[in-house]
Ligand binder design. Structure first.
Ligand code: S3P
Length: 447
């Protein structure tokens, strides 16, 4: 048994067949936007205010690290967060190691930030994060002048010694990663001259949108199918009032639950629908999902809508390669939808899924097989033979391997099984979706 299958304070839970889901719910703030709102506010001169911040463990790890480097971060009685920034280049030497917990986004973005400051610090993380590759940020940040002493395989725990002034680079991303892109852009903020990131495949663009919103000089050019993002360093950022939209990656769980449980009709309010994040909705609709967007609007520079979902007979689908970055965190729950669809769902080109909080290809294959789904695992994806709407057998315990999205995916799968599904540990859900079980209960789930 891997060490990632158990933790001392594990919270097991059971989920069983559910009656129709009904009602209106909200999901917590977007995780990616929440991290970025804290980071950029911490670099502005003056006080920013953030409403709707995700108060999950991952974002709180970013907040704690920024505080340790001098930013003032408090939560007001009005639930808004108030951040007193230190100005670009003004971060201070932290007095102890920065603990990133389970959060790859915190680790990679904050390493970018530290890389162009004259500070030296240690980054640590939990067992899951300490198996994840950091070489992808170490390499470009080293080119900018930062020095790293990492654990074997380029992993946490590691030490970074930043350089100020750092050296601007032009860097073509070898993997489609918004975290790597953002790490370089954040390093570039305090670097003289122009730092450029070339993206052969577009990834989520929250950093670009928000950097512009804070007044950074950032341009995006599209040539020959590539995006060239250029940021002028030694910027001065002005404080902002940010409203964080609901996280589409969290909304994905009640959305798929409502599609799968017969007779369901729900609305998830205020969901972010940035095109670089909305791939799952497109795929579920193509599978026959009855999903309508109500009152599309803009909140804090991001497109948002309420999403109505009615239960639907789904068909299997061949998921096009190019949509993967726009739904990279949604494959675990898509595999659950596919397991109940009519016919075969084929996914490929998903090597990156093996490097998330767990190896999401093998963890999902293992868990879905345990509850009776027909799954073939390939090097870069899963092939799922759906039941055509018949419930899965269930009656097994599923290992979540410190991965929040695995836990929530199997909680949803449990709603459409003959015998209850036991999740070995729901605790990781607090990293991204505190209140997940409450939201499901509000929709009528007996959990
Ligand atoms: C994120 C980018 C994605 C995603 C992660 C959040 C971000 O990771 O999986 O949950 O906020 O930039 P990669 O950059 O590794 O693809």
């Amino acid at each position: 048994m891997s060490t990632l299958t158990s933790q001392a304070n594990a919270r097991p839970a059971r989920f069983g067949a559910s009656g129709p889901l009904r009602g209106r719910v909200r999901v917590p703030g977007d995780k990616s936007i929440s991290h970025r709102s804290l980071i950029l506010s911490a670099l502005a001169v003056g006080e920013s205010r953030v409403e709707g911040l995700l108060e999950g463990e991952d974002v709180l790890a970013t907040a704690a690290a920024l505080r340790a480097m001098g930013a003032g971060i408090t939560r007001g009685a009005d639930h808004a967060w108030h951040i007193r920034g230190v100005g670009v280049g003004g971060l201070l030497q932290p007095r102890s190691a920065l603990d990133m917990g389970n959060s790859g986004t915190s680790a990679r973005l904050l390493m970018g930030l530290v890389a162009s400051h004259s500070i030296t610090c240690a980054f640590t993380g939990d067992l899951s994060l300490s198996t994840r590759p950091m070489e992808r940020v170490i390499l470009p940040l080293s080119l900018m002048g930062a020095e790293f002493t990492a654990s074997p395989g380029g992993r946490l725990p590691l030490m970074i010694r930043g350089l100020c002034p750092a050296v601007p680079i032009d860097y073509r991303l070898p993997v489609a990663s918004a975290q790597v892109k953002s790490a370089i852009l954040l390093a570039g903020l305090n670097t003289p001259g122009i730092t450029r990131v070339i993206e052969p495949v577009a990834t989520r663009d929250h950093s670009e949108r928000m950097l512009r919103g804070f007044g950074a000089d950032l341009t995006v050019e599209e040539t020959g199918g590539e995006r060239i993002i250029a940021i002028r360093g030694e910027a001065e950022l002005t404080p902002q009032h940010i409203v964080v939209p609901g996280d589409p990656s969290s909304a994905a769980f009640p959305i798929v639950a409502a599609l799968l449980v017969p007779g369901s009709d729900i609305i998830v309010e205020n969901v972010g629908l940035n095109p670089t994040r909305a791939g799952l909705i497109e795929i579920l609709r193509a599978m026959g999902g009855d999903i309508t967007l109500i009152d599309p609007r803009e909140v804090g520079g991001e497109p948002v809508a309420d999403i109505r979902v009615r239960s639907s007979a789904l068909n299997g689908i061949d998921v096009p390669l190019e949509i993967a970055p726009a739904m990279i965190d949604e494959f675990p729950i898509l595999f659950v939808a596919a397991a109940l669809a009519r016919g075969r769902t084929v996914t490929r080109g998903l090597e990156e899924l093996r490097l998330k909080e767990s190896d999401r290809i093998s963890t999902m294959a293992e868990g879905l097989r345990a509850i009776g789904a027909r799954i073939e695992e390939t090097a870069d994806g899963l092939i799922v033979e759906g039941t055509g709407g018949e419930r899965l057998a269930g009656g097994a315990t599923v290992a979540t391997r410190l991965d929040h999205r695995i836990a929530m995916s199997f909680a949803v799968a449990g709603l459409v099984t003959e015998a209850d599904v036991t999740i070995d540990d729901m605790a990781p859900v607090d990293t991204s979706f505190p209140g997940f079980v409450d939201v499901m209960r509000m929709l009528g789930v007996d959990a």
